[in-house]
Design a protein around this ligand. Structure first.
Ligand code: FE2
Length: 268
C-alpha cells in the first residue's frame, strides 16, 4: 500500500499547498490513502467544518489534529459526527470525537489511524504509550488492519523517537507532527515500522513555524506582547512522508520525505 501523510497545515498557504498537490499526487504516485494534520489550518488556529470539506474534496481521507484542535469552537459539535476528523486519543475520557478510527480504501484495504499527543513540554494528558498500546491491541497488522498509522504529535524529539521504537514492528508507520520543522530521519526501523520524528508543516517557511516572522521574532526580543500572530502568506511548501508497505505483513518497505513548492528545496 502507498500512504501519504502531510504535516501540520498552517493557514491558507498550507491549505493551498495541499489542495493543489494532492489530486495530482494521488494519480501520479498511486496513493491508496491520504492523511493530513489540520490543527493549524484555520488561520493558524484550529480547523473548521468548511476546511474539512475543502480537504476531503481534494482527496484527503483523514484529518488528524493535536493541542490546537479546539481553537475554533464550532468544531466541537462537528467532530462528534465525523470520524474522518480525529483529536488526540489520550484526551480525557468523555472528550467529543475519536482519537482513532478504521477506514477502508477504494481497493478494500483497511487503514487504522491513531492520533496521539506527547506530554513533554505539552499538556498533561493520559500516558500516550499505554493509550496507543491499548488501541492497536484491537487489530492484527496485515490481517484486520492492512496499514496502521500513528500521528505522534509532540514537542520533544526524544519522546517521539521513543514512541517509534516502542511501536516498531507492530504498526506500519509512526510519523511526527507539531514542531512544524521536517527532520532528516525518515527511515524504516529494524522491526519494519516507517518513522520520521517530524514530517514538517505544510505552509510558508519564510516565517516562524508558519506565522509571520516579524511579530514572532519580536516576541523573543521584547517583553511587551505585540499583535496576535497571523500565518505567513507566501507560497507554502507541502511537507509529507510517503510510506510504502508490504500488503501481506502491513510493515514498511520504504519511507521517503516529500517536499513540494515554496521555500524549501524539493524532495521526493
Ligand atoms: Fe500542535
Amino acid at each position: 500500500m502507498k500512504v501519504l501523510f502531510c504535516g501540520d497545515i498552517v493557514g491558507r498557504s498550507g491549505r493551498e499547498s495541499v489542495t493543489r498537490n494532492i489530486p495530482r499526487l494521488r494519480q501520479e504516485l498511486g496513493l491508496d490513502f491520504v492523511v493530513v494534520n489540520g490543527e493549524n489550518a484555520a488561520a493558524g488556529f484550529g480547523i473548521t467544518a468548511k476546511i474539512c470539506a475543502e480537504l476531503h474534496g481534494a482527496g484527503v481521507d483523514c484529518i488528524t489534529t493535536g493541542n490546537h484542535v479546539w481553537d475554533q469552537r464550532d468544531i466541537i459539535p462537528y467532530i462528534a459526527q465525523d470520524k474522518r476528523l480525529l483529536r488526540p486519543i489520550n484526551f480525557p475520557p468523555g472528550t467529543p470525537g475519536w482519537g482513532a478510527s478504521q477506514y477502508e480504501t477504494a481497493r478494500g484495504q483497511k487503514v487504522v489511524v491513531v492520533n496521539v499527543m506527547c506530554r513533554l513540554f505539552m499538556d498533561p494528558l493520559d500516558d500516550p504509550f499505554r493509550t496507543v498500546d491499548a488501541e492497536i491491541a484491537k487489530y492484527t497488522l496485515g490481517r484486520s488492519a492492512h496499514f496502521i498509522l500513528i500521528d505522534v504529535h509532540g514537542e520533544a524529539t526524544s519522546e517521539k523517537q521513543s514512541m517509534g521504537h516502542h511501536l516498531d514492528g507492530r504498526v506500519s508507520a509512526v510519523l511526527g507532527t507539531h514542531s512544524h520543522i521536517p527532520t532528516a530521519d525518515s527511515w524504516v526501523l529494524p522491526g519494519g515500522t516507517a518513522y520520521q520524528t517530524d514530517v514538517g508543516m505544510c505552509g510558508d517557511y519564510d516565517s516562524v513555524i508558519g506565522m509571520k516572522k516579524e511579530g514572532a521574532v519580536l516576541r523573543f526580543i521584547k517583553k511587551v506582547p505585540g499583535d496576535r500572530l497571523a500565518p505567513a502568506e507566501g507560497e507554502g511548501t507541502m511537507c509529507a512522508a510517503l510510506v510504502e508497505t508490504d500488503d501481506k505483513s502491513g510493515l514498511a518497505k520504504a519511507v521517503r520525505p516529500i517536499r513540494i513548492g515554496g521555500r524549501l528545496p524539493p524532495a521526493g
